[in-house]
Design a protein around this ligand. Structure first.
Ligand code: CP
Length: 304
């Protein structure tokens, strides 16, 4: 069985195939009739153990556009809340003749564990602080759409790197595709392995990173994953590391602004920047549907 567990084990060619398939599906999504019959006999469960707006709705819409049957599972309203294990839950769902599992879980490695125990294809929709592969793919698609190529593109990833599966998946993907990366933010939110194991340049001065880059991918401060505060206050974070229009106006160039969402407005990103002319944040969300259609199509038997 083929899975999409992360970007880490994909090749450059794998990524190129996904992005070009997504481009075809984006063309389909511009038509009056957006639905194709590709996954007509496929049933997919969206298994969400963590909250989501964009990823869950984007997968569901991608499945519907591909004519798959979809089931939605939210842990908080399920028997997981009564103590049922992940494996029991999935085996029960699969016994109803479900073919593919899209899953989000707070535990890093949860989809990798599941892949060892079930026969169905698994798509990782975010596992703890590990990876969020479809987010990195839709980010790549959006950058490629705007700049033509990722080769040599200068990308700054700014903010809460430590808790971000978006950062890790983006780093793996951008390195494979030949982009240049700088990671920026407070020292307490940038783990040592970013520079030491992943060999990514770290910059503690956000203005320097912005001045260098073509595109800034600004990440959400993930307060829900911090046991103790890693900076003094949200106000001080915004002043020292937030991306404001004033800061952007002080650069001698225009840069493109991305954010995976949800945005903490006025913390890592000010509203006038998020909603400004250089923001492609809603393009990212639009592209997510085509990218997820591509992933589901390529993992299904019909995409072989
Ligand atoms: N970008 C992203 O994963 O958003 P959600 O948490 O709303 O799915």
């Amino acid at each position: 069985t083929k899975h999409l567990l992360g970007i880490k084990n994909l090749t450059k060619e794998d990524i190129e195939i996904i992005l070009s398939t997504a481009s075809n599906f984006k063309d389909v999504l511009q038509r009056p009739v957006k639905k194709v019959p590709s996954l007509r006999d496929v049933t997919i469960v969206n298994l969400f153990y963590e909250n989501s707006t964009r990823t869950r709705m984007s997968f569901e819409l991608a499945e519907k556009r591909l004519s798959a049957d979809t089931l939605n599972f939210a842990a908080s309203s399920s028997s997981a809340a009564k103590g049922e294990t992940l494996l029991d839950t999935v085996n029960n769902i699969l016994s109803m003749k479900v073919d593919m599992v899209v899953m989000r879980h707070s535990a890093s490695g949860a989809p990798h564990f599941l892949a060892k125990h079930i026969p169905a294809a698994i798509v990782n929709a975010g596992d703890g602080i590990n990876e969020h592969p479809t987010q990195a793919l839709l980010d790549a698609f959006s950058m490629q759409e705007k700049f033509g190529s990722l080769q040599g593109l200068k990308v700054a990833i700014i903010g809460d790197i430590m808790h971000s599966r978006v950062a890790l998946s983006n780093i793996y993907l951008l390195k494979k595709m030949g982009a240049e990366i700088v990671v920026a933010g407070p020292p307490t939110l940038i783990p040592k392995y970013i520079s030491e194991a992943l060999n990514v340049r770290v910059e503690y001065n956000v203005k320097n990173a912005l001045q260098w880059c073509d595109v800034a991918n600004v990440l959400r401060i993930q307060l829900e994953r911090q046991n103790q505060p890693l900076f003094s206050s949200l106000r001080e974070y915004n002043l020292a590391y937030g991306v404001s229009q004033k800061l952007l106006d002080s650069l001698d160039k225009q840069i493109t602004i991305m954010h995976p969402g949800p945005i903490n407005r006025g913390v890592e990103l000010d509203s006038d920047v998020a909603d400004g002319n250089n923001s492609i944040i809603l393009n990212q969300v639009e592209n997510g549907v085509a990218v997820r259609m591509a992933v589901l199509y390529l993992l299904s038997n019909n995409g072989n």
